[in-house]
Write a protein that binds this ligand. Structure first.
Ligand code: ADP
Ligand code: ZN
Length: 222
């Protein structure tokens, strides 16, 4: 089963993808995480991608698409996978359809997360991530704080703020790109009949974990 997480920055895509991944034992394929791992390891791909990521711009398809193909071809992704951060443009979505077709697969479910814009910026500013690249757990100092401030509950490593989350220009640029280039994917997948929209908002007391719970139940039923 191929699941795609759609939704603006700060809606909780990573949190929900992580919970589904844990429960179903399918890998969470986060392009942002793969880029950040490469940046911290100073690989050639990382050095190139960093130029774009620091500014909040999209990394070019020539770099991103082969990286995703490579990941989807790995053994652990054969039964199921949760794509988090890809596709982000109609062009990438079309590319993904081609890639999956070759593998005898298709996009089965697109989880589209919707959160009021006022909440998004605040969530990015209060997001903290585990500095251990093998763990990558995500926290939020207000909504989902770790048990001990600044320390990851899961592995004990220190938590840090992503560079592109601490810079208001990069935050605004990312939200702008989402509106312009990624949000058309809602219609793209709606037309294919695979879209499932879920509201995540403190105003209705519905958080990522609540959404993940109902989705996991539905996946298991089918
Ligand atoms: P966010 O969704 O908060 O922007 P991600 O961790 O998903 O964070 O991505 C971080 C950055 O990595 C993006 O701002 C972009 O520069 C790059 N990136 C991630 N996924 C893609 C993609 N599918 N295409 C191009 N660039 C990407
Ligand atoms: Zn950790």
């Amino acid at each position: 089963m191929v699941i795609i997480m759609l939704g603006a920055q700060g809606t909780g895509k990573g949190t929900i993808a992580g919970l589904i991944s844990e429960e179903m034992k399918w890998p969470q394929i986060s392009t942002g995480d793969i880029f950040r791992k490469n940046i911290s390891e100073k690989t050639e791909l990382g050095i190139e991608a960093e130029k774009y990521i620091a500014r909040g711009e999209l990394v070019p398809d020539e770099i991103t698409v082969p990286m995703v193909i490579n990941r989807l071809n790995q053994k652990d992704a054969q039964e199921g996978s949760i794509l988090d951060g890809f596709p982000r443009t109609t062009q990438q979505a079309k590319k993904l359809d081609e890639i999956l077709e070759k593998l005898g697969k298709k996009v089965d479910l697109v989880i589209n997360l919707s959160t009021p814009k006022e909440e998004l910026i605040d969530r990015m500013l209060t997001r903290r991530v585990c500095s251990n690249q093998e763990c990558k757990a995500t926290y939020n100092t207000k909504l989902h704080p770790p048990k001990v401030e600044g320390i990851c509950d899961k592995c004990g490593a220190t938590l840090k703020q992503r560079e592109d989350d601490s810079n208001s220009e990069a935050i605004n640029r990312r939200l702008e790109i989402y509106e312009e280039q990624t949000s058309p994917l809602v219609e793209y997948y709606e037309a294919k009949g695979v879209l499932r929209t879920e509201v995540v908002s403190t105003s209705i007391n519905r958080m990522g974990k609540d959404v993940a719970r109902v989705i996991i139940e539905d996946i298991k039923k089918n």
